[in-house]
Design a protein around this ligand. Structure first.
Ligand code: KG4
Ligand code: ZN
Length: 354
């Protein structure tokens, strides 16, 4: 088999990331520029600000990744991959235009990548033996999806969130509790909430599990996370909780996290039932996306997959669960292999169903 190398560009949200990987899974280099210190004072990611920082830093990040890999873009890179969507429109366009220009000028194939497919396919980068079909739980700041993966570019969406994404709920709850963001890769508000929850008592406060009043049906394992945030708000006001007390913050964080996990597990059970009814021989459960870097979530998914369904949980290491350039490069490799090459005129798709 002939080896080839892909450079992947990711600018769908607030991280400017570039990764370089070879088709035999050899990770050659990467670079990432985080924008946490820009957005934390604003309470969340500001799209127009994020765009300006992508514009400022992307060229340097591309150069750093190439230098880190000790590669020459003309000689050593065979394919240019880039996140085409979903994501913040102004941010996507920065990465896409850079990738299109690089690709056309260098005469290399361009691969527009679906950001959520890239999160899912990361599991095939870390676990070479993982074959289709498998079940995928994608949990990030913008999406909460349960997918059945049949092949590259072939997914059946079994469930989504009806309102907020789970990562968004973590972020909003961290904000309600006034938690300082954790710094660095795998940092941010969600990681801060996890840290507080880890030192808290999940049983001190009771928070209702979402959607328990609705009819539970295998045909509709959809989720809802906006009510959780509201429940936290109600709890804080009703009990008149003193947020200067750090133990209160830890216990509320723990209650939130435990409830979010129970809701996820409940809906995953329905998805497993759906697959069982169709006699699908699943080769694993994949969990990926930023919130899949959460240790409590990973542990509970591991239990569910292993103890209840006797199936392997494949969860990429935290730095590959949160947004990164390698996942885009790898998705580019997977798509290129099956002939999915794009035109140099493609545009971004901010809302892109999988
Ligand atoms: O995949 P990702 O890096 O970017 C998107 O595609 O959205 O996911 C970011 C989301 C954010 O909402 C962030 O708060 C959440 O993932 N997240 C976490 C953790 N680390 C990141 N949520 C819970 N626990 C964490 N440790
Ligand atoms: Zn993501």
């Amino acid at each position: 088999v002939e080896l080839f190398t892909a450079l992947g560009i990711e600018t769908s949200c607030d991280d400017t990331a570039v990764g370089i990987i070879r088709s035999d899974r050899n990770i050659l280099g990467e670079a990432i520029k985080l924008q946490q210190e820009i957005h934390e004072p604003k309470g969340g990611v500001v799209p127009t600000l994020a765009m300006v920082y992508h514009q400022t830093f992307l060229p340097q990040v591309v150069k750093s990744a190439l230098d880190n890999a000790r590669l020459d873009v003309v000689r050593d890179i065979d394919v240019i991959a880039v996140t085409r969507g979903p994501g913040l429109a102004p941010c996507l366009s920065v990465g896409l235009n850079a990738a299109k220009t690089l690709a056309i000028v260098l005469g290399k194939p361009l691969i527009g990548v679906h950001h959520m497919e890239a999160h899912a396919l990361t599991a095939r980068l870390t676990n070479p033996e993982l074959k289709f079909p498998f079940l995928v739980l994608l949990i990030s700041g913008g999406h909460t999806l349960i997918l059945l993966a049949h092949g590259i570019n072939k997914y059946t969406q079994l469930a989504t969130t009806l309102d907020d994404a789970i990562g968004e709920a973590f972020d909003k709850t961290a904000r309600l509790l006034g938690l300082p963001w954790l710094k660095g890769r795998n940092g941010g508000p969600g990681a801060a909430l996890e840290k507080f929850a880890a030192a808290g008592d999940p049983n001190r406060y009771q928070i209702p599990i979402p959607m328990t009043k609705e009819k539970r049906t295998k045909e509709n394992p959809n989720m809802s996370f906006s009510g959780l945030k509201t429940s936290i708000n109600i709890l804080l006001e009703k009990e008149n909780l003193d947020l200067r007390d750090f133990q209160v913050k830890r216990d509320v964080a723990a209650a939130f996290q435990a409830t979010a996990i129970r809701h996820l597990s409940d809906k995953l059970n329905l998805a497993f039932d759906w697959c069982k009814e169709r006699d699908l021989a699943l080769n694993g459960l994949v969990a990926s996306g930023g919130a899949a870097s959460n240790k409590a979530i990973r542990t509970s998914l591991e239990k569910l997959a292993h103890d209840k369904y006797n199936i392997e949980l494949i969860c990429p290491p935290p730095h590959l669960c949160t947004d990164n350039g390698l996942m885009i490069a790898w998705a580019g490799i997977e798509r290129y292999r099956v002939g999915l090459i794009d035109d140099y005129t493609i545009n971004h798709i901010p809302k892109w169903p999988i």
